[in-house]
Design a protein around this ligand. Structure first.
Ligand code: G6P
Length: 367
């Protein structure tokens, strides 16, 4: 196994570094001559045009991709969207509407609850699309339509590159659906694809900052609690950042929609509690910044995660991580990288088994 780590200390950090390639490969699989081509999946323009409702269903980090995808698809199209955890979706007495599509997102394609949700949708006669990494997996075989992510094999239990490629699959779906439905022009779609193609290089630039994050992470190895806050897409990013932290560092961590803080969580802020504020969405920047001020005045230690150019944040927070600008719909792809690194380096600083955290499995085939 040491050889397979190609000189890296853990699979997780190796896979974090494989993200530019995984993202590029996934884009290249579905972009021909600068335009999105989903013909391989069997999703036609007519079908995308007819859609009225999407249900995105998944577990764990794949569910967090769904939460991010909801904001993106909702912003670009007029399709109604519900996102649910597979373990909840399958037990609801949900009335699946006509002109619907159920999208199941799964790295392994074997997660028991996600598979059960897929089968439920099929039983109710609703078309299904699986966004899956493992070729020939059960979910891939049973779904009506399949979009493969090209992350390659992922070994570390905590997902990084599969998550990043799932995001790309949802962007491709969103842009293509919006174009097919006439909700964005072909020119706008082409422009968004061109921007998507810059993501691998921008992820690379974020990775170049890893030493600063390692230095910062080492200071929090003994933390008791951490919080990740954001609004809109920044909330979706917070969910994943918080999960990465808790699953491999065993530090209690929660993600909160920034506006909800004052409804309970703020009582947990003590002197020195790390609060990570994700502020990549320009319309929401000031709102979340003011929540950071509130948390700071109660003693929280503040890390701000935002884009280059928002330098005024340094007046509010103790430590800032900047990521390059991109189309704001794609920000999750860049902002998640420092959060993966943060979780990874805190786990390393604690000397934990990063690749195989206690009690967790890579693929959960029990309900
Ligand atoms: C496990 C893994 C997570 C993953 C989740 C869903 O909990 O540790 O990383 O997000 O299962 O797995 P799937 O294979 O369906 O994406």
């Amino acid at each position: 196994q040491a050889a397979e780590k190609s000189g890296y200390e853990h699979f997780m950090i190796k896979e974090i570094h494989e993200q530019p390639k995984a993202v590029r490969d996934t884009i290249n699989a579905y972009v021909k001559d600068g335009q999105i081509d989903l013909s391989e999946t069997g999703l036609t323009d007519d079908f995308l045009k007819s859609l009225d409702q999407l249900y995105i269903v998944a577990c764990g980090s794949a569910y967090h991709v769904g939460v991010a995808a909801r904001y993106v698809i909702e912003d670009l199209t007029s399709i109604h969207i519900e996102v649910d955890l597979a373990s909840e979706f399958r037990y609801r007495n949900l009335k699946l509407r006509d002109h619907s599509l159920v999208i199941i997102i799964s790295q392994s394609g074997e997660t028991a609850d996600s598979l059960a949700a897929l089968r439920l949708a099929k039983d109710k006669g609703v078309p299904t699309l699986a966004i899956v990494n493992v070729i020939g997996s059960t979910i891939a075989r049973e779904a009506d339509h399949v979009m493969y992510t090209l992350a390659g094999p992922e070994i570390a239990v905590a997902t990084t590159k599969a998550y990043s490629t799932q995001l790309i699959a949802t962007y491709l779906f969103a842009v293509e659906a919006a174009r097919a439905r006439g909700e964005i022009t072909q020119e706008k779609a082409d422009e968004m694809v061109t921007e998507m193609q810059t993501l691998p290089e921008k992820i690379e630039r974020v990775l170049n900052d890893k030493d600063r994050i390692q230095w910062f992470a080492a200071k929090f190895a003994n933390a008791k609690d951490m919080f990740f806050i954001g609004r809109g897409l920044d909330y979706a990013i917070s969910l994943e950042g918080s999960l990465k932290m808790k699953e491999i560092s065993y530090i209690h961590s929660e993600a909160y929609a920034a506006g909800e803080l004052k409804h309970g969580t703020i009582s947990l802020i003590e002197k020195g509690t790390l609060v990570v504020g994700v502020m990549t969405q320009s319309k929401l920047f000031e709102k979340t910044r003011s929540n950071m001020v509130e948390v700071g005045s109660r003693g929280g230690y503040l890390m701000g995660l935002t884009t280059y150019g928002n330098y005024s944040i340094e007046d509010t927070v103790n430590f800032t991580v900047y990521v390059p600008k991109t189309d704001e719909h794609f920000m999750t792809s860049l902002a998640v990288i420092p959060l993966q690194l943060l979780g990874y380096y805190v786990s390393c600083a604690k000397g934990l088994d990063v690749d195989k955290p206690r009690n967790l499995a890579k693929s959960v085939t029990v309900e």
